[in-house]
Design a protein around this ligand. Structure first.
Ligand SMILES: [Zn+2]
Length: 171
């Protein structure tokens, strides 16, 4: 009688426990937490890399949970939400100035929000550069930074459907 076993008293007891758990409200993630990928801390319900947040987290005087932050999870899964395409003769001859400017801008953006990360930095054949960003905002921000520093032609394109920003800068 194989089927009889599925309806023992024990089975029903276990099911009741399960249902009870389902009605509990979702638990807020533990604070403070630190991300092993980038060192960001989770405090006051957000991830941050700022010194102020780190102090807040330490100030809680509670043990740190270790949890991968949203930005690192996104980077691991490699889903870009923005692309910056840079090319032109000016870019080729001023590359040694332009690339550090872009890297600085990324660092500044990451201090505001650790989600703003570079997923891929690709040299294109023919001298261009293609940067894949984890957020739409970062691609736009890099485009603005180039425009502000060097003028040039900049175009912004969006696909709201799949949350994708494409930015072209040419000079
Ligand atoms: Zn992280």
């Amino acid at each position: 009688m194989r089927s009889a076993k599925a309806f023992t008293n024990q089975t029903f007891t276990k099911r009741v426990d399960h249902d009870g758990g389902r009605h509990r409200p979702p638990r807020a993630p533990a604070e403070p937490a630190v991300c092993p990928g980038c060192g960001a801390v989770y405090v006051k319900r957000r991830w941050s890399r700022s010194a102020a947040s780190r102090l807040q987290a330490v100030g809680l005087a509670a043990p740190f949970a270790v949890r991968v932050c949203a930005a690192c999870r996104r980077r691991q899964h490699g889903v870009p939400h923005g692309y910056l395409h840079v090319d032109g003769d000016f870019f080729t001859t001023h590359r040694s100035d332009i690339e550090p400017l872009l890297r600085n801008e990324v660092e500044r953006a990451r201090e505001d929000n650790p989600l703003h990360q570079i997923l891929a930095w690709t040299d294109l054949e023919g001298g261009g550069l293609l940067i894949a960003t984890a957020t739409e905002h970062l691609a736009q921000r890099l485009g603005h930074a180039l425009e502000k520093a060097y003028d040039g032609d900049v175009h912004y394109g969006f696909s709201h459907e799949n949350k994708l920003a494409r930015v072209w800068w040419h000079r």
